[in-house]
Design a protein around this ligand. Structure first.
Ligand code: FDA
Length: 400
């Protein structure tokens, strides 16, 4: 038996549920299908279980896309403030952690419950553990979904199956496959917001320092992020590293300024005057995590050769400036990333050139929409990716 809906949505994640709410509120008969046993699984694990659901500074400049202007319209039409208003209407307590990042006080479950309540209010039908076997065009128009729950037809079809990150959780390239089926262009996907891995020789010098957090500005390809970085047993992680991974490409060096707030040459020269007998190693261990500072004298962690420790009084100002320059520009050459296994998001996706920025409808296939992470719009770390899911979901939900 075939059941007809006005709007079919594949993917009961952030963007799919949000699109469903607004299409349902417009009186459209909506069906959301998902192969998972629960809706919003990524929301539940996000933000360490507290869901960093948006960011107060969700400005289009904090999103990466082949077309940097594409996200402007959707982010403006349904902004972080609109989402916060919905969260407030549901009485969900939240707080700003840092840098405009808003988290639930209690649990990410609050956000999923809110989305499901809104879907129920809007009369949205939800089918979980529903495998989509084929997507086709209907007769005379519209779309057909052949699924493990039967065949459904719809006037509109919204692709909301997210990206490739964390395949263990059921992430698939389904939206990309359907996009290819309909001849839509794709921006090569790659893992982003992901830790770096080191080559074995580099790793040999840093592995036992894993767990050490450093403060610094991490730069690559003309972009820099100032937040913590973390040495891991595979390479580097931490918020600034995850952020820069979205801009990194194979073979590019990454530099880390380990003293982003103060010119280290000035500090070392001042210490030379106030504590001339102090050893370089001693003062660096006061300025940096001790074990990391000690390693700089044992192995070539910063550049070619290990540093040599001498009393500051025995070092020329030029020598101190050289040490400072190395610490301001620690250059690391990642071998790669941890890949989709741990990446928070997928960069790339359905090329925005194929979509209306106002409605997320594909230009070539009327009635076909794409939203959320499946689209080539990727936010920074810090609640931006959920905001894109809400904004793009709203845009499609108001049009489909
Ligand atoms: P999402 O992945 O949410 O939903 C896709 C849905 O489609 C899923 O329910 C899936 O089961 C379903 N699906 C996939 N393939 C299918 C198929 N073939 N058939 C049927 N259904 C299918 N972002 C942020 O802003 N703040 C944060 O705190 C975090 N934290 C975070 C932690 C971790 C560990 C990860 C992996 C990611 C984050 N993110 C994040 C990113 C954020 O989770 C992500 O960008 C959004 O969930 C994207 O929303 P979508 O709805 O596009 O995809």
């Amino acid at each position: 038996m075939t059941t007809h809906f006005d709007v079919l949505i594949i993917g009961a994640g952030a963007a799919g549920l949000y699109a469903a709410i607004f299409a349902g509120r417009r009186g459209r008969r909506v069906l959301v299908v998902d192969h998972a046993d629960k809706a919003g699984k990524k929301i539940l694990i996000s933000g360490g279980g507290r869901c960093n659901f948006t960011n107060l500074h969700a400005d289009p400049k904090r999103f990466i896309s082949k077309n940097p202007h594409f996200a402007i319209s959707a982010l403006k039409r349904h902004s972080q403030h609109d989402f916060i208003a919905l969260v407030d209407r549901h009485g969900i307590p939240w707080h700003e952690k840092k840098l405009g990042q808003l988290f639930c006080d209690r649990s990410a479950q609050d956000i999923v419950a809110m989305l499901l309540d809104e879907c129920a209010d809007a009369g949205v039908a939800l089918r979980l553990e529903c495998k989509v076997q084929a997507v086709g065009r209907g007769e005379p128009g519209g779309f057909t979904l052949s699924t493990s729950h039967g065949t459904f037809t719809g006037d509109s079809l919204v692709l909301a199956t997210g990206g490739l990150s964390i395949p263990k959780m059921g992430a698939t390239g389904f939206a990309l496959d359907v996009a290819r089926q309909f001849g839509l262009p794709i921006v090569e996907p790659r893992p982003a917001l992901v830790p770096f891995t080191f080559r074995p020789d580099d790793l040999a010098r840093t592995k036992d320092l894993s767990g050490i957090a450093l403060d610094g500005t991490v730069r690559c390809d003309g972009v820099g992020f100032r937040e913590a970085l973390l040495i891991t047993h595979r390479g580097l992680s931490g918020p600034s590293v995850l952020q820069i991974s979205s801009y990194w490409r194979e073979g590019m060096p990454v530099t880390v300024d380990l003293s982003p707030d103060q010119p280290l040459a000035d500090t070392l020269k001042a210490l030379k005057r106030s504590r001339p007998r102090a050893e370089l190693k001693t003062v660096l261990a006061e300025l940096l995590p001790r074990r990391f500072a000690e390693r700089l004298f044992e192995a070539p962690v910063l550049g070619e050769a290990p540093l040599v420790s001498r009393p500051l009084a025995d070092m020329r100002d030029a020598d101190l400036a050289t040490v400072a320059a190395r610490l301001h520009g620690w250059t690391v050459q990642p071998e790669g990333t941890e890949g989709y296994r741990t990446a928070e998001v997928m960069l790339g996706g359905i090329d925005t050139a194929a979509l209306s920025s106002k409605t997320m409808e594909t230009k070539a296939v009327p009635g076909l929409y794409a939203v959320g992470e499946a689209v080539d719009v990727t936010g920074w770390l810090g609640g931006y990716n959920f905001q894109w899911a809400w904004s793009s979901g709203y845009a499609a939900g108001m049009a489909a």
